[in-house]
Write a protein that binds this ligand. Structure first.
Ligand code: NDP
Length: 289
């Protein structure tokens, strides 16, 4: 069994970003900058934003975190986004999700300039991805692809089953894997909560990508022997420990390769956000504002 070591691969990608960010600074005097909006006091979101801030600093990317109260209105958020859109020293913009229920999430995400949309949630970038001519790639699906490619897993021609159809993970992962391109060319099945005979389908997967948010849902009997398993889920158990959507201890006994939680897809998601921010800054170098 091969362990898909997301942490080691993320470290490798961060080293590449550090080198390229230093080069951009030396050659063009540009320091990539990520602006992030955090609304409210959700403890998990606070941790995610702190981790992103720290990760930026480690690779030579500036970050500007705007922490706003829970009562912030959609109109106020749109104004902040407009300011970041217009600011040439800001290259990437992200809005930490989830937003408070009172905010119009779609309207807010749609307001981000697609050229600064480093989370790649804007319909413009989603449309480009679906047509196989991507601008920014969404961070978690791109991280999954890099995890597979850099671990030497063959994707072309394989049957990839994606469990989950969210706009953040499941759907864009399926879109990426079906493209006629390197690191893709797979045959895709997407399953979700309305799927009949889910286990019959997961058992057909050469590569099983699981993004459900259901602790240890995928058991050994739902997996084909020798299959490659990518576990995207992050669930906190009653004892405070983290686990994925896959029953790791049982499934690792029959899988050909498997990603752990933590230390699998998570570190790659942040690495790909840094990579998008660098790419956004490179765009500025190529065509200054
Ligand atoms: P969502 O809740 O948006 O989507 C979950 C998907 O799983 C839905 O499509 C849902 O189906 C499906 N699902 C839920 N229960 C079942 C079931 N019993 N049988 C079949 N399908 C089911 O979650 P996300 O996609 O945002 O996230 C999924 C997991 O990945 C979470 O644990 C999240 O924390 C984690 N995550 C990890 C990241 C990382 O960097 N490692 C990044 C982003 C997310 P339906 O559509 O029918 O409701």
């Amino acid at each position: 069994m091969q362990l898909l070591n997301g942490k080691a691969i993320a470290d490798e990608i961060r080293r590449e970003i550090t080198e390229n960010a230093a080069k951009l600074k030396a050659e063009h005097g540009i320091i990539p900058c990520l602006a992030a909006l955090l609304v409210g006091n959700d403890p998990a979101s606070q941790i995610y934003i702190k981790n992103k801030e720290k990760a930026c600093a480690q690779v030579g990317i500036n970050s500007r975190i705007l922490r706003l109260p829970d009562a912030t209105t959609t109109g106020e958020l749109l104004q902040h986004i407009a300011q970041f859109n217009a600011d040439p020293s800001v290259h990437g913009i992200l809005v930490q999700l989830p937003l408070p229920k009172s905010c119009d999430e779609k309207q807010i995400l749609d307001a981000i300039d697609p050229k600064k949309d480093v989370d790649a949630f804007h319909p413009h970038n989603v449309g480009l991805l679906s047509q196989g001519r991507p601008g920014f790639l969404p961070c978690t699906p791109h991280g999954i692809q890099q995890l597979l490619v850099r671990s030497g897993i063959q994707i072309a021609g394989q049957h990839v089953v994606v469990v989950g159809r969210s706009d953040i993970v499941g759907k864009p992962t399926a879109l990426m894997m079906v493209q006629k391109s390197a690191g893709a060319d797979a045959t895709i099945t997407v399953v979700h909560s309305r799927t009949k005979n889910l286990a019959d389908l997961t058992r057909q997967a050469d590569i099983l990508i699981v993004a459900m948010g259901r602790a240890k849902f995928i058991t050994a009997s739902m997996v084909k022997p020798g299959a490659v398993i990518v576990d995207v889920g992050i669930n906190r158990l009653a004892d405070g420990t983290l686990c994925g959507d896959v029953d790791f201890d049982a499934v690792k006994e029959i899988a050909g390769a498997i990603s752990p939680v933590p230390g699998g897809v998570g570190p790659l998601t942040i690495a790909m956000l840094l990579r998008n921010t660098l790419a956004a800054a490179l765009l500025t170098a190529a065509s200054p504002p």
